[in-house]
Each structure stands twice: as structure tokens, then as C-alpha cells.
Design a protein around this ligand. Structure first.
Ligand SMILES: C[S@@+](CC[C@H](N)C(=O)[O-])C[C@H]1O[C@@H](n2cnc3c(N)ncnc32)[C@H](O)[C@@H]1O
Length: 276
């Protein structure tokens, strides 16, 4: 069974069971326009009814999309590069890897950049992805006792799972204009910040504020008119509940452990909104 290769803020692994139970029993193309670690994509792909189904995966983060393209198209080269990497689990190596990663602009070095992204993701603070105003990855060293890198089998199985997926690097609105009736869309946009100090929206240099939530809700209402099924997960709060008034809303409890202050861990409520 294939599992996510990346740790991702807001990753859906702990809610996966709950979400999997809610997905429609039949649908055509699977759409996930906020991929991150793609926990649901990997979860769904492991079910027998998904064999051969087409998926469209997209995210606004270009490094993340390059990473999935590389895993899909060049797993052997990526594994070979990972095995040649000499960066260890210490701050000196980590900051050198981070600097090397930041020097590789655009998509010029897909294998190296994707390999470094994987190393950084497993060694940085809380598996966060955050960039500064110059677009440079700036998450500090994570100080884990023994961070695990994915095995070659894990990379190969993720690559096989990605073979029927189209990977796009686009804004959600543009991507979803192509979804059709009988398709299923799962959306896991950046969270509404739980408190003013939390850093949940810092996935890319562009934040995801209330205006973005409203823009997303209009796209989902349009999908609903077209007959496309959608399921949205987000943090539970009255603003979102009002925005999706009239749809099915289920509240679930989740543990959240990615926060700018490690002390602020605990249970929060999440909502699952669907039109079916
Ligand atoms: C909560 S994460 C998704 C987590 C994912 N479900 C998982 O299991 O790891 C949200 C993602 O939305 C992406 N994103 C933010 N704004 C976006 C936009 N306007 N269009 C598309 N993707 C966007 C971020 O880059 C981030 O990867």
C-alpha cells in the first residue's frame, strides 16, 4: 500500500479513516487541488475500486509539484541521488542542504531539488514548508533523534501510484474549472488560523485568508450546480460553517501538532463539508 512520502502541515493521516468512510462509492476522475502530502490520494489509491482511475493532483507550491513529477517519472534517479547524499542529521549539514536547495531556482535540477526537498522535509522543524519573501525555504533544523528517510520501496510504490495521476502546479480555481459531473473532488485548503499566533497558513508566500475561503466556496457552489461531488476538510469555526450553510457539515475531533509554539498541542475540531 502506498503512503505519503512527505510530512505535511495539516496532513490528513489521522483523519484518513473518517474521510475514507465518507467518500462517494462511485465516481470517475479524482481531483485533489491542494495536494500537500496527498494522504487521501494515497489512501484512496490503495482501495481496489480505484485501480486504473485517473486522478488530477494540483498545488500552488512549485517545489512540491516538481517533487511529485520526479517521483512519478524518475524514481530510479531519485533513489540513486538519495543514496549518494551525504548530508547527516546535524545542523551544519542541514543548513548546507537548505542553501543548496535555495540556489536551485525553477525546475532546472529536478532530481537534486526533489531529493533535497525530501531530506529537508524529514529533517526540518515539524516537516513544515515555509518560504521567505524572496521565495527561499527558511524552516529551521528540526533536531529529531533519528529522522527516517523513506525506503527505496516506498519511493517506488509512490511512483507506481502516481502513474495514473496528472500533476499540475496551478491555483485551485483554474484546476477545478475542468472537473465534470460524476467526478469527485477532495479539498484540504490551508486552515483558518486557530489563533493569531498560529502559523497554519504559511504554506507558501501567498497566504490563504478569508477572501480565499470565500473564493473557494464560490468554486464549490459552482461544482455543486454542475453535479460534481465534493468533500472539504478544514478547521471548525463559525465563519466556515456559515459559508457552507445548506451543505452537509460533520464535526470531527483531531489532534494537531504543528504549531509555531510546540506547547500549543491538543485537540481541535475539524469540519467535513460535502454536497452529497
Ligand atoms: C493543508 S495543506 C494540504 C495537506 C494535505 N491534504 C495532506 O494530506 O498533506 C494545503 C495545501 O494547499 C496549497 N495551497 C495554498 N493556496 C493554494 C491555492 N490558491 N491553490 C492551490 N493550492 C494552494 C499549499 O501549498 C498546501 O500544500
Amino acid at each position: 500500500m502506498s503512503r505519503p512520502l512527505l510530512k505535511w502541515a495539516g496532513g490528513k493521516r489521522q483523519l484518513l479513516h473518517e474521510i475514507m468512510e465518507k467518500i462517494p462509492s462511485r465516481f470517475e476522475t479524482y481531483w485533489e487541488p491542494f495536494i500537500g502530502g496527498a494522504a487521501l490520494f494515497f489512501g484512496i489509491s490503495a482501495t481496489t475500486s480505484s485501480a486504473g482511475r485517473r486522478s488530477v493532483l494540483s498545488d500552488i507550491n512549485p517545489d512540491l509539484c516538481l517533487f511529485y513529477e520526479t517521483v512519478k517519472g524518475n524514481p530510479a534517479e531519485l533513489i540513486e541521488y538519495m543514496e549518494s547524499l551525504e548530508f547527516g542529521n546535524n545542523p551544519v549539514d542541514y543548513y548546507e542542504a537548505r542553501e543548496t536547495f535555495n540556489r536551485m531556482r525553477g525546475n532546472e535540477y529536478p532530481i537534486e531539488k526533489s531529493g533535497l526537498l525530501l531530506y529537508l522535509n524529514r529533517h526540518c522543524f515539524n516537516g513544515l514548508y515555509r518560504v521567505n519573501s524572496k521565495g527561499e525555504f527558511n524552516v529551521p533544523f528540526g533536531s529529531y533523534i533519528s529522522p527516517k528517510m523513506p525506503s527505496r520501496e516506498h519511493i517506488i510504490s509512490a511512483s507506481e501510484t502516481l502513474q495514473n495521476a496528472v500533476i499540475l502546479n496551478k491555483d485551485f480555481q483554474e484546476v477545478l474549472s475542468n472537473a465534470e459531473a460524476r467526478d469527485f473532488v477532495y479539498l484540504d485548503p490551508p486552515y483558518e488560523p486557530v489563533s493569531s499566533s498560529s502559523n497554519f497558513t504559511a504554506y507558501s508566500s501567498k497566504g490563504f485568508n478569508r477572501e480565499e475561503q470565500v473564493r473557494l466556496s464560490s468554486v464549490l457552489k459552482e461544482l455543486d450546480r454542475k453535479g460534481t461531488s465534493f468533500l472539504l476538510s478544514n478547521s471548525g469555526n463559525s465563519f466556515l460553517e456559515e459559508l457552507y450553510d445548506g451543505f452537509h457539515i460533520k464535526t470531527v475531533e483531531a489532534r494537531r501538532n504543528i504549531n509555531s509554539k510546540g506547547s500549543k498541542r491538543g485537540t481541535v475540531s475539524e469540519i467535513l463539508v460535502s454536497n452529497y
